[in-house]
Write a protein that binds this ligand. Structure first.
Ligand SMILES: Cc1cc2nc3c(=O)[nH]c(=O)nc-3n(C[C@H](O)[C@H](O)[C@H](O)COP(=O)(O)O)c2cc1C
Ligand SMILES: [Fe+2]
Ligand SMILES: [Fe+2]
Length: 404
């Protein structure tokens, strides 16, 4: 796939990355990732919208060549300065020395700071337009989706929005650019994971952006990662809308750590009881094995969360500490949370989980309501308390009979 005019005058020139194993050196990429870049061709000017990671800049150049031959883009529209899209700015300028870099005041401050570039730039403000001849670019600032400078670019004549990271997902493109031309199902879990891992902290700003963009006539959403959305716009909008409001589905995530199996044993007891109580979506993760990326994705999706951990060096078992810190960082709200875990001489893990979650406003200031800690191996009494914990969780998350 070199290029494709998937909308009149709009061409895909992005690239697939199937070799990077961890996005941001953190998040696994088993299905790869795409860095989407687009050319918009007017009768008088050509704009390149979003760049690619620096490792992929030569392929970007080839893709541009395939579309416009010896011509050069007049503008590089910088919707977002994160290096997966803007790391190649200097190289793009060396390819096309007369290209003008277009961004808002915050973008240009970063262009100067990261790349030392202050000339050949055009500073735009919210609502400004750029006429390419028959097609117009209009800029809408959407701060903190995902950085302070983020903006989106709208082409009214094509009802098309270049949305930056918003509405993006992990997963390289499988040949097709448009959602209409591919099976989108593999991308949906990758959207939950992308949102919870990358954008999850900025739900309020995503909501503001959705409100700001809702009056626009949008037939195509061109994000910086994943397919271009056309047929599935209502579904994608609804996923982003629900996730950014921390709205969750019925289901429970049990995320635990365990060195010697005592905490793990109780995780299984709780899961069985939840299942007996009719909960169908139960996701069990051992925090030492499942990458945080997938645990977060499930926690953003489901309403119940049960965290298990042994006490470790007078504090919390480290992989579970990493999880609760991630929840605190994202200010995950609206979850029903309980905890459990083993200790041998002085219980600390329950207190520590509660403390971090209170700091993150994930739970009420009183802390986690139900915490089952037990000394040594779980005896009958601990098992009964674990079953009671599961019953309490089921009572709180199952819709009352007759409710819709
Ligand atoms: C490296 C290490 C540090 C520990 N630190 C504490 C501690 O500070 N306080 C405590 O009560 N128990 C401590 N323990 C005991 C564990 O909490 C206990 O072994 C528990 O049953 C482990 O649960 P698990 O079988 O789910 O791994 C420690 C155990 C290990 C291996
Ligand atoms: Fe980003
Ligand atoms: Fe990105």
């Amino acid at each position: 796939m070199n290029f494709k005019e998937f909308i009149p005058d709009i061409f895909y020139v992005g690239v697939n990355d199937r070799t990077t194993s961890l996005f941001e050196s953190l998040w696994p990429l088993p299905l790869g990732v795409s860095y989407n870049s687009y050319l918009v061709r007017g009768s008088s000017k050509i704009a390149l919208i979003d760049g690619v990671s620096i490792s992929e800049c030569e392929r970007l150049r080839q893709n541009i060549r395939n579309v416009i031959g010896a011509e050069a883009p007049d503008y590089l529209i910088i919707n977002h300065m994160e290096p997966d899209h803007s790391g190649a700015i200097q190289v793009i300028r060396s390819f096309f020395p007369h290209i003008t870099l277009v961004g808002n005041a915050k973008t240009l401050e970063m262009v100067k700071g990261f790349h030392g570039i202050t000339d050949g730039v055009l500073c735009i403000a919210d609502g400004d337009t750029l006429d390419l001849g028959g097609v117009t670019l209009r800029f809408h600032l959407t701060p903190m989706v995902h950085w302070p400078e983020t903006m989106v670019t709208y082409v009214p004549e094509r009802a098309t929005i270049f949305s930056g990271d918003a509405f993006g997902c992990f997963g390289a493109l499988n040949g097709a650019i448009l959602d209409s031309d591919t099976d989108v199902e593999p991308y949906i879990p990758e959207m939950y994971r992308y949102y919870s891992n990358i954008v999850g902290k900025y739900g309020t700003f995503v909501q503001k952006a959705i409100a700001k963009l809702s009056p626009l006539d949008i037939k195509y959403i061109c994000p910086t990662h994943g397919p271009v959305w056309h047929d599935h716009i209502p579904r994608v909008l609804s996923i982003y809308d629900r996730l950014s409001r921390f709205e969750a589905e019925e289901g429970v995530v049990i995320a635990y750590g365990s060195m010697y199996g005592n905490t793990a044993e109780v995780a299984e007891v709780i899961a069985s009881r939840l299942s007996e109580r009719g909960i169908r979506s139960i996701r069990i993760h051992d925090c030492s094995r499942t990458p945080l990326s997938y645990i977060l994705s499930d926690i953003f999706r489901y309403r119940g969360l049960i965290i298990g951990a042994p006490t470790y060096s007078n504090s919390l078992f480290p992989p579970v500490e990493a999880l609760v810190q991630a929840l605190k960082n994202r200010e995950v709200r609206g979850r029903v949370i309980s905890t459990f875990g083993s200790f041998t001489w002085a219980s600390q893990s329950m207190k520590r989980i509660s403390q971090v979650l209170v700091e993150g406003k994930n739970v009420d200031p009183e802390g986690v309501a139900i915490a089952v800690d037990f000394k040594h191996a779980p005896g009958d009494e601990a098992i009964q308390r674990a079953i009671a914990l599961a019953d309490d969780m089921a009572d709180r998350i199952l819709a009352p009979a007759g409710a819709s």
